[in-house]
Design a protein around this ligand. Structure first.
Ligand code: SIN
Length: 175
């Protein structure tokens, strides 16, 4: 095993919860972030799933997030831990990451593809906002996930229309 980069674009941006030897803002070309994945295990429960982000193929887009470099000796155990955390429909994908330093590196990203068992897909933004406001699971309230993500993106100076529009809508609705 050699050291390996992993790209985070959702909770992995603000709560990586694993050891790394380098972390850099990064982008993944060709993808947009969307609250289209159901969360039955973290930010919702089976009877009332929450919504969390996944990546949707979008040739003209760049998804901004954080890349973390994992030391060779703990690559395997770290990915076992991440596979468990991301078990609700996400699969590992090997891809090219563009680090803020200008370097392109191979890395892994967890993507929940359309049609997976927990996929909820597109819905009107106000519906998504209401669902996020109402859902809560073992990892906490769904709204907290949205607000943490929006704040983390602002710290990265990354604009994300979809995330920021949902943040405004949930605030208007009292969240
Ligand atoms: C990620 O953060 O990269 C995957 C989705 C999530 O755990 O929120």
């Amino acid at each position: 095993m050699s050291p390996l980069w992993v790209f985070g674009y959702g909770s992995l941006i603000w709560r990586p919860d694993f050891a790394f030897i380098d972390a850099q803002p990064a982008k993944l070309p060709g993808y947009s972030r969307r609250f289209w994945q159901g969360s039955h295990d973290h930010r919702g429960v089976p009877e009332r799933p929450g919504r969390v982000v996944t990546l949707i193929e979008d040739v003209a887009a760049n998804c901004h997030g954080m890349a973390y470099l994992i030391e060779a000796e703990i690559v395997e155990s770290t990915f076992e831990q991440l596979d468990y955390r991301e078990k609700n429909g996400y699969e590992r994908l090997v891809t090219d990451l563009h680090l803020v330093s200008g370097t392109r590196v191979p890395g892994l990203v967890y993507i929940a593809a359309p049609g997976n068992f927990a996929y909820l897909g597109e819905a009107p933004l106000d519906e998504i906002a209401r669902q996020i406001l109402e859902a809560e699971g073992p990892s906490g309230r769904n709204i907290e996930y949205l607000h943490e993500l929006a704040q983390a993106l602002r710290r990265l100076e990354a604009h994300d229309e979809h995330v920021f529009a949902l943040e405004s809508l949930t605030r208007e609705l009292g969240g």
